[in-house]
Design a protein around this ligand. Structure first.
Ligand code: UDP
Length: 313
């Protein structure tokens, strides 16, 4: 039987590269696409030379073409950390809007099913807790995070329009904070920042008083949820994340313990519009996909530490 073919945009990124691994392991032909603005070929170098893997160096904000049949498109191209999208806000808006439009068009032409990587950022600084998919969110469109949050909200809206208007098969995953090997050491997010600082013997930069919360999901769990969602018949948004919630200060203390250093915080101002709390309600993922996370933070952090130990200088 002919192999199913999947296009993964952002294929050289943190999540995209793990998706490439998973789909290859499941017997698909994988086409990874990336413009390498925040992605890194090191994440997929082990895949070059495999007969079922191709890499296309391309910016999906420009017209996208892929020869041959396509069964699935997973749109994971986007800067995703606050320092990245603050540096390149217009590219961030374009990849979520024009990029998504181009890929939806490609999906129509190919008769492919399209899954988009949305985010817990669509909830903004949430007024309800934990966040359920029905919550509309509390986003400041003109704040510093607006370029990312509104690109992702537009992405959901245009994806729903293609579903409703053109009958396109679409899936929407709302991804909560995820961590694991292949996170960029300098991407500015809290886990790479804390781990790199701890391994270098530096103080940990805690923003605000560290009482804001996040809920961290290990990457393998996230990939499993995405895989199940793609193959499900559910077209409305689904939260995928780990509901185990922790304050950023406690998280710093955990990282310090893990790396065997004393917890020494360096308090910095809280960035504008930084959400005060975040935790997914995953009832929908449980009900529709039979999914829940399996890797707890202790185990996930141990696996991630190994990756950082080999790279932090
Ligand atoms: N944060 C921090 N120190 C850092 C980086 C981030 O205290 O060096 C905080 C940040 O203010 C936020 C939380 O950690 O409250 C998570 O930030 P991250 O950038 O990882 O992701 P976000 O969930 O905000 O997109």
């Amino acid at each position: 039987m002919e192999k199913k073919r999947v296009l993964i945009t952002g294929g050289a990124g943190f999540l995209g590269s793990h998706l490439c691994d998973r789909f290859l392991a499941e017997g698909y032909h994988v086409i990874a696409m990336d413009n390498l603005v925040t992605g890194d070929l090191e994440n997929i170098q082990h895949l070059f030379g495999k007969k079922d893997f191709e890499f296309h160096h391309h910016d999906v904000s420009k017209f996208v073409f892929v020869p041959g049949k396509l069964d699935y498109i997973l749109h994971f191209a986007s800067p995703a950390s606050p320092i990245d999208y603050l540096k390149i806000p217009i590219q961030t808006l374009k990849v979520g809007s024009l990029g998504t439009h181009n890929l939806l068009g490609l999906a129509r032409v190919k008769g492919a099913r399209m899954l988009i990587a949305s985010t817990s950022e669509v909830y903004g600084d949430p007024e309800i807790h934990p966040q359920v998919e029905e919550y509309f969110g509390n986003v400041n469109p003109v704040g510093p995070r607006g370029c990312y949050d509104e690109a992702k909200r537009f992405q959901e809206a245009i994806t729903m329009a293609y579903h409703n208007h053109h009958g396109l098969e679409t899936r929407i995953v709302r991804i909560f904070n995820t961590y694991g090997p292949r996170m960029r050491l300098n991407d500015g997010r809290v886990l790479p920042a804390f781990l790199s600082q701890a391994l270098r013997g530096e103080n940990l930069t805690v923003f605000g008083d560290g009482s804001q919360t996040r809920s961290f999901c290990y990457v393998d769990d996230l990939i499993e949820g995405i895989y199940r969602l793609l193959l499900s018949d559910y077209h409305l948004p689904v939260n995928i994340g780990n509901p185990s919630e922790i304050t950023i200060k406690e998280f710093g203390e955990e990282i310090a313990r893990l790396t065997g250093v004393e917890f020494k915080p360096d308090y910095k101002p809280l960035p504008e519009n930084d959400p005060m709390k975040r935790r997914p309600d995953i009832s929908k993922a449980k009900e529709v996909l039979g999914w829940e996370p399996k890797v707890d933070r202790a185990e996930g952090l141990r696996r991630t530490l190994e990756y950082f130990q080999e790279r932090v200088k």
